[in-house]
Design a protein around this ligand. Structure first.
Ligand code: NAP
Length: 523
């Protein structure tokens, strides 16, 4: 189905036709998709608003069944999904198969979360009628779903950060209907997954409008969605420019709403000299593999490597040149990303005090990420703000600092980041505790002796970070806590037990872990 899906209805009355492009062949794929009209966008939101009235009080067990059925429906798409996603993204089938596993695992993790129910964070201060000098009223607080959510799917994860990715899974888990704005790069993948979600919704008796999918390749549909008064939150992964435009549009509404935008991050990696002394070649290989993973199109791609300028550094930089030279360039996600990588990479290489360490020869005819590594100094980073920008693709900048104090000064100047990493011998890491303290102010996740690519989906994960990595550093877009973006606290004062949500009733019918009188309890 190549139409827009407005709940259980299909609509393709629009005049603007869209085609996905295979980035490997650079040719259009045959299917024609139709951009949503203004009326269709309004209808999708209106249906989400109607569905919300029912879906907001759907039980955790029913939502869990819905999420698990979506996962099974996606698995049921089989080879058709893998083949379409490969054609639209240029990514190999192993990567897409892995991403499908992650997507379904994520849906099932949210199912477990909402079935258990503890996520609503119920807090109860029972009345103390005899408290002196004043009695205390009964107050009970919990998290509740916010309303219809708009999800902008990401280009760089056609499954795991897309139509049924972490944003959709967490919003549906919270109890919010979702309207997806499909990424124009993978319209066919999006359509297949949308059908799977809607089949699951019908099988599980979910209300019409719990999920809609609208297509477009201009900014009109996305902007209209963000400005629609019935939309209550937005999730976005993509460029700084796109994220900030949507954030601004949301702030200019008569009722401003949150836009949880994940934008850019250079994910600096700090390497201790003791590590390079032992095995510069091995470290160079690990960094190279991480930078080149997925043609460098990962939000946690390490775009900066900071070292102290000594004899081991020279060996490390030489090793990086040879490990980079062994990497084959792979096809990038789309023409725009390819062109912008070439432009950003070349702009970096032309900056003063930046030396090319290795650059792969570029074949102009292919949309490939031709890897490059360059070297500069801590001093240059302190004086040139351009060198702090993200280059989205297989590129990294080695920054040689004259001493630890300069390295700390550079760390203090870093923008907000999703991650920062310190690599060093286990027993020596403590020597860089001051640096680790500076980095804590800059990042959402501080990594020791691992590389930033590879984001575990779990209960403790934080995939977010201070601006400009995201628009709101208090939240994560990966892991179970992502659900909190789409829920808000509500307190009930002196509410009769019969009118309280089950999570707050005195006899705890859901058997939740709650905070009662300031203590954790399960009664
Ligand atoms: P993008 O250009 O930000 O677009 C993402 C989505 O947002 C698309 O659906 C796009 O709609 C929409 N959009 C963008 N700007 C908008 C605006 N001003 N108003 C309304 N809607 C808007 O991202 P992309 O296409 O995925 O990739 C472009 C660049 O983004 C990359 O080269 C890279 O630098 C960056 N990126 C970063 C990450 C990361 O994780 N840090 C991930 C992906 C991309 P339309 O396409 O329909 O116009």
């Amino acid at each position: 189905n190549t139409s827009n899906r407005l709940g259980f209805e299909s609509d393709n009355s629009g005049e603007v036709k869209l085609k996905a492009i295979n980035p490997t062949t650079q040719k259009e794929l045959p299917e024609t998709f139709v951009a949503a009209t203004e009326q269709e966008v309004n209808k999708a939101v209106q249906k989400a608003q109607e569905a919300w009235k029912v879906y907001r009080s759907t039980s955790g067990t029913q939502k869990a069944q819905f999420l698990r059925t979506i996962a099974s429906e996606i698995e049921g798409l089989g080879e058709q999904l893998i083949s379409r996603a490969c054609k639209e993204s240029g990514l190999p089938s192993g990567r897409i198969t892995g991403e499908r596993g992650r997507t379904c695992g994520q849906l099932r993790l949210f199912a477990d979360l909402v079935e258990a129910g503890h996520w609503v964070d119920a807090v109860i201060d029972p009345a103390l009628p005899d408290r002196k000098p004043n009695p205390r009223v009964d107050i009970r607080r919990m998290l509740q779903a916010m309303g219809p959510v708009v999800v902008f799917t990401a280009s760089n994860f056609p499954l795991a950060f897309s139509t049924a990715g972490g944003d959709t899974a967490s919003a549906l888990a919270a109890g919010c209907p979702v309207i997806v704005k499909a990424h124009p790069s993978h319209l066919g993948t999006n359509a297949l997954i949308s059908e799977a979600i809607l089949r699951a919704a019908q099988k599980c008796g979910m209300p019409d409008g719990v999920f809609s999918n609208v297509q477009d390749a201009s900014y009109a549909v996305g902007t209209q969605l963000v400005q629609h008064p019935d939309v209550k939150a937005v999730a976005f992964t993509g460029s700084m420019r796109g994220g900030m435009a949507l954030h601004k549009a949301a702030m200019e509404r008569s009722e401003p709403i949150p836009v949880f935008a994940e934008m850019g991050s250079t994910n600096p990696v700090f390497i201790m000299p003791d590590l390079l002394k032992g095995d510069a070649q091995k470290v160079a290989q690990q960094v190279t593999d991480s930078v080149n993973l997925g043609a460098g199109q990962f939000c946690t791609n390490p775009g900066m490597v900071l070292v102290l300028d000594d004899d081991y550094t020279a060996t490390f930089v030489k090793s990086l040149a040879s490990t980079f030279a062994e990497k084959e360039a792979s096809t990038m996600l789309n023409e725009g990303i390819f062109k912008s990588f070439e432009q950003q990479k070349n702009a970096f290489l032309q900056e003063d005090a930046v030396e090319v360490t290795y650059i792969s020869p570029v074949e102009k005819s292919a949309w490939k990420g031709f890897p490059a590594v360059a070297t500069t100094t801590g001093r240059a980073l302190l004086h040139n703000p351009k060198l702090h920008e993200e280059v989205f693709g297989p590129f990294t900048l080695v920054i040689k600092c004259k001493d630890l104090s300069e390295m700390k000064a550079v760390a203090s100047e870093l923008h907000g980041q999703l991650t920062a990493t310190i690599l060093g011998p286990e027993e020596k890491l403590i020597k860089w505790n001051d640096l680790a303290n500076i980095l804590q102010e800059k990042v959402g996740r501080l990594i020791f002796n691992g590389l930033p690519t590879g984001v575990e989906v779990g209960y403790a994960m934080q995939h977010g970070g201070p601006f400009p990595a995201t628009t709101d550093s208090r939240f994560t877009s990966v892991g179970t806590d992502a659900i909190k973006r789409f829920a808000r606290p509500i307190a009930f004062q002196n509410c009769p037990d019969g009118m309280l949500p089950a999570a707050l009733k005195t006899n705890n019918p859901l058997n939740l872990v709650r905070t009662v009188n300031g203590e954790i309890a399960q009664h």
